[in-house]
Design a protein around this ligand. Structure first.
Ligand code: BGC
Length: 514
């Protein structure tokens, strides 16, 4: 594929690269890093619906679920049960902060490897769990794995990919996440039908498969040219760049990487530096994008789709089946982003997806409100329940080509090398913190806010869509080490970027972009 689409930001260079098999295979394997996160996201909701699992570890919830039919909104409300799901995200938050140093000092691939290893050990703890303690220790280890992988993989993909295809390659991470979710949901569907404890053990234990895939992948993958230069292997970096770009003419990009690395050497403390005014746009974006991604409310669907569908009156099997359908739709629609993100750009997808989510959320809230009211009793007819499932699919599709993949892509591509690892760690930490909050609070919120919960998330989707419209410049096709120019040309952020970072004044940049 020729490097067709060009950047529109003034002063930004365009390297004209072909897509090489090497970069394709490398990024394909690198994207496996999303599998562990996805597998876990997909398995937890289903396992916490399995009666033998609840009976074994959460007898109180089990009893309540068996008896209660009086208030649909509150059927599954239990802090301990949600702690099982959400403890992972706190662990991931903590480990992403450590991962940033390993990613910077030892290279991206070792963080990926460590991620696979800790996830592997966690899956053994969970599969063989005899008590709540083993279950929680396992979850925490899985969380460490997710933190390491999510901190390193998006950066790895963004650095390896040719600039004009960076969006597509980076979106491979989200494709892997959703693939993991779908596989996990299918596994749950079958294991839920097994008698006794074997079902949930298989579901939790099989997490070792994606863990092994990322471990083996990390061992055979080369490190990125950016990271090799950062760690002083300049010659190796040049050879690596030539081989992944499929040409010996990489001097311009190589020089950009060297310059970026020189700049980066001035910075001894990435964590302190990211607080400097010149990194304000990146800091704000790496905090707000993951915050908003979680406040779309997507994980209400990811974790609790089976619960939600049961609440709507579906049987346990039909609920898992519906969760499978939403997962498959999410997977297919993520490809829309893969194929359009470098052509139409990030902003168009963010804005279109946001509007689609907003409309469908309001419609879902209205429908559930009309059927269950505030009391939360009543039965929903088959046609209405199906209509709600259809609306959920429209919402999921909107997320799948916007905030899902772009929530990982944009933060990984907007920061200069000297703060990139720290910025990505912040991205993961904020993402995990709000994933934790939503996971922990959703069932209680559903119990108290009832159908209003959907309006709650809709308000945030409205705010985030305006935020993107005003504050996020287009980054498609811009070489990753040239990103400062994009910020410099932005109407608001331009004032924070010093002239020497791009060699021109903000006024000149903005004039050129008119
Ligand atoms: C989000 C997760 C979400 C997943 C699937 C990811 O991009 O970070 O929180 O569960 O997509 O929808």
């Amino acid at each position: 594929m020729a490097g067709g689409f060009v950047s529109q930001t003034p002063g930004v260079r365009n390297y004209n690269y072909k897509l090489t098999p090497k970069v394709f295979v490398t990024c394909f394997i690198g994207a496996f890093g999303g599998l562990i996160f996805g597998y876990d996201l997909g398995i937890s909701g289903g396992v916490t619906q399995m009666e033998p699992f609840l009976e074994e570890f959460f007898p109180y919830v089990y009893k309540k679920m068996k008896n209660a039919h009086e208030n649909e909104y509150c059927r599954f409300d239990s802090q301990l049960l949600t702690l099982f799901t959400s403890s992972l995200y706190l662990a991931a938050l903590v480990s992403s902060l450590f991962a940033s140093t390993i990613t910077r000092v030892f290279g991206r691939k070792w963080s990926m490897f460590l991620g696979g290893l800790t996830f592997f050990i966690g899956s053994a703890f969970n599969g063989f769990a005899q008590n709540i303690a083993m279950l929680l220790i396992g979850r925490i280890l899985l969380g460490f794995g997710v933190g390491f992988a999510n901190q390193s993989v998006p950066v790895y993909l963004s650095e390896m990919a040719p600039p004009n295809l960076r969006g597509a390659f980076n979106n491979g991470f989200q494709v892997a996440i959703i693939f993991g979710i779908v596989v996990a949901t299918i596994i749950n569907y079958f294991t839920a039908q097994l008698k006794g404890n074997i079902g949930w053990r298989i579901s939790l234990g099989l997490a070792c498969v994606p863990a092994m895939m990322i471990m083996i992948g990390a061992l055979i993958l080369p490190d990125t040219p950016n990271s090799l230069i950062e760690r002083g292997f300049t010659e190796d970096a040049k050879k690596m760049l030539q081989s992944i770009r499929g040409t010996s003419e990489v001097d311009e990009e190589f020089q950009d990487l060297i310059d970026a690395s020189e700049e980066s050497k001035q910075v001894k403390h990435p964590w302190k530096n990211i607080m400097l005014p010149r990194y304000r746009p990146q800091l704000i974006m790496t905090c707000f994008i993951p915050f908003f991604q979680q406040l779309t409310g997507i994980n209400v669907i990811t974790f609790y789709a089976p619960v939600l569908f049961q609440t709507l009156g579906f049987g346990s099997k039909a609920s898992l089946l519906s969760a499978m359908v939403t997962g498959i739709i999410e997977l297919l629609c993520t490809f829309v982003s893969v194929f359009t993100v470098d052509r139409f750009g990030r902003r168009v997808l963010f804005l279109q997806g946001g509007i689609q989510m907003l409309i469908s959320q309001i419609a879902i809230g209205v429908m559930i409100g009309v059927k269950f009211g505030t009391v939360g009793t009543g039965n929903i007819g088959k046609t209405d329940a199906n209509l709600i499932v259809a609306l959920i699919c429209i919402y999921v599709a909107g997320f799948a080509w916007s905030w899902g993949p772009l929530g990982w892509l944009v933060p990984s591509e907007i920061s200069p090398l000297e703060i990139r690892s720290a910025a990505q760690a912040i991205n993961v930490a904020v993402n995990m913190f709000f994933t934790f909050l939503v996971a922990q609070l959703f069932l209680t919120m559903l119990c108290h806010m009832k159908f209003g919960l959907f309006f709650f998330f809709a308000v945030f989707v409205f705010i985030m869509t305006i935020f993107i419209y005003l504050m996020l410049p287009e980054t498609k096709n811009v070489p990753i080490e040239e990103m400062n120019r994009v910020w410099k040309a932005h109407w608001f952020w331009g004032r924070f970027i010093p002239d020497e970072a791009v060699g021109v004044s903000a006024a000149e940049m903005q004039q050129k972009s008119v």
